[in-house]
Design a protein around this ligand. Structure first.
Ligand code: ATP
Length: 136
């Protein structure tokens, strides 16, 4: 399978940099799969599961809000936070979920509702990625 260069950057670090066969990115309105030769485009991401396939192996990670630029020679993704399953703190995500649910029950302004909805989406996505990849 043809490869292309992928770079995933957060405010804190370069999360991933290397040749891949494909990447599946959580985007608004569904996930988006990028293969070599994809037409150039820019799109927004939303919290969810990121799948990177390199050397025939697919790994899953959590990816938060951000955006992606697909260029002819490489794909670059910028996100607030990206975490491998082993780096996700399950208790912290569960607490974030409880906080967001509690705030949503209080029924505040539309702006607060949107923030709490997004926080809840991040917490659910982290918990899903962690649970998919539990090593017994
Ligand atoms: P919290 O309310 O727990 O901070 P959040 O969704 O608001 O959650 P983010 O703004 O997405 O947090 O991330 C802020 C920083 O904290 C990032 O560096 C992110 O990687 C890290 N982070 C947030 N939650 C977790 C978690 N459950 N496990 C590991 N790292 C986390």
């Amino acid at each position: 399978m043809n490869k292309f260069f992928l770079e995933i950057i957060t405010p804190e670090k370069t999360f991933f940099r290397g040749e891949v066969e494909s990447v599946n990115i959580p985007s608004i309105g569904g996930s988006c799969t990028i293969l070599a030769g994809h037409q150039p485009m820019v799109f927004a991401t939303e919290p969810g599961s990121l799948l990177i396939t390199a050397d025939g192996v697919t790994r899953e990670a959590f990816m938060s809000e951000g955006f992606v630029e697909v260029r002819p020679d490489e794909t670059v993704a910028f996100s607030e936070a990206v975490e491998w399953p082993e780096d996700i703190n399950e208790r912290r995500a569960a607490e974030a979920r409880e906080r967001a649910e509690e705030q949503l029950r209080r029924n505040r302004s539309a702006a607060e509702y949107r923030l709490n909805r997004a926080a809840l989406q991040r917490a659910f996505a982290r918990l899903r990625v962690k649970n998919h990849n539990h090593m017994e």
